[in-house]
Design a protein around this ligand. Structure first.
Ligand code: F6P
Length: 360
């Protein structure tokens, strides 16, 4: 029987299950069976681990966070995961994966992942393994698509947190620093900062100084606003040039990330009460927003269409208002970061939000 395979690779995000469900439903309409490989690429080889996906075991997962297939960004394919220079996958692994795909009669493997995972999919494609890609990351930093699913859900969570911080900040006339995810790109901080009424937004893409941040806070105070919300993307660079995002991810983050550092320095300079919140993986969990459900479902259906049309090596993408596709190679190894002159940054500046790069 002809089959379509699916796997979820890299950090999870809301909407993965919606894509899985979309693929299963769309492929069954066309007479394909579906198998889901477990723990990302790991399930493809030695030992091969997969489950048959049916209407029954994918029913009710549309609004569930996480992934029923599990995921990993470690393991044997990890050397290629990340934005580092391309690392060739061990040919023995590639041969093993090809064998699995042939044995299971898989017409196409839907690889749902971010930049690093899609770079693996590209190498599969070059080796003759039939793949299509689906872009996924809460960071929204993938090239060749306007939106990845998971981003809207993460922004929703972060905005909610800002709303909550707002009331307590105002009541106590405090400065609140909130650290949001975004290792290489500040999309979550930018969008949540705008949606949640942030006063200062610090991004990896825009250099900033403490003088400018403090100037903004004092300027607000001179207008009677004795509280401020400072939104910091985890990948923002400290003024002295130390890039903390990469270094402080994982275990080190527990010791104090950029949010803590920024809060301590503002407190030292202004002698004001500053509190810090690190939202962390709350941004990655929970139910997808309606936008992400619709996007993920469309991605799933379109991925199946690509396989059926023999358009292997392509990745689904969103060019509003349409779902389209591009060769995977065009989407990997170059992240889409926040443009200094992009419309969201411009709008934020027009409203008086400070990026810490100039005194006003
Ligand atoms: O890329 C998604 C992301 O959530 C980043 O925003 C964050 O830096 C990273 O993953 C965290 O990774 P981990 O869950 O492995 O600590």
């Amino acid at each position: 029987h002809k089959r379509i395979g699916i796997l979820t690779s890299g950090g999870d995000c809301p909407g993965l299950n919606a894509v899985i469900r979309g693929v299963v439903k769309a492929s069954s309409q066309l007479g394909y069976d579906c198998v889901g490989f477990l723990k990302g690429y790991e399930g493809l080889y030695d030992p091969v681990r997969y489950i048959t996906l049916t209407h029954k075991n994918t029913s009710g997962i549309l609004n569930q966070g996480g992934t029923i297939l599990g995921s990993t960004n470690k393991g044997r394919f990890a050397a290629t995961v990340g934005v580092a220079d391309r690392v060739e996958i061990d040919p023995e692994l590639l041969a093993g994966v090809k064998h699995t795909i042939d044995q299971l009669n898989i017409a196409g493997l839907v690889c749902i992942g971010g930049d690093g995972s899609l770079a693996v999919a590209q190498q599969f494609h070059e080796y003759g393994i039939p793949v299509v890609g689906v872009p996924k990351t809460i960071d929204n930093d993938l090239s060749a698509t306007a939106f990845t699913f998971g981003f809207d859900s993460a922004v929703e969570c972060a905005t909610n947190a800002l709303d909550r911080l707002h009331t307590t900040a105002a009541s106590h006339e405090r400065i609140m620093v909130i650290e949001l995810m975004g290792r290489h790109a500040g999309w979550i901080a930018l969008h949540a900062g705008i949606a949640g009424g942030g006063d200062v937004i610090l991004l990896p893409e825009i250099g900033w100084t403490y003088e400018n941040v403090c100037h903004k806070i004092l300027d607000r105070e001179s207008h009677g606003k004795r509280f401020s919300l400072v939104v910091v993307a985890e990948g923002a660079e400290l003024p002295d040039g130390g890039l903390v995002g990469e270094e402080q991810s994982g275990a080190q983050a527990k010791l104090g990330g950029i949010g803590q550092i920024v809060a301590a320095e503002i407190e030292r300079r202004l002698h004001r009460e500053v509190r810090v919140s690190v939202l962390g993986h709350l941004q990655r969990g929970g139910a997808p927003t309606t936008f992400d459900r619709v996007l993920a479902t469309q991605y799933g259906a379109h991925a199946v269409r690509l396989i059926v049309q023999g358009r292997l090596g392509e990745m689904v993408c969103y060019h509003p208002p349409e779902i389209e596709s591009v060769p995977i190679i065009k989407a990997v190894n170059k992240l889409r970061t926040v443009e200094h002159h992009g419309s969201a940054v411009q709008a934020a500046r027009a409203l008086g939000i400070s990026f810490g790069d100039c005194p006003a």
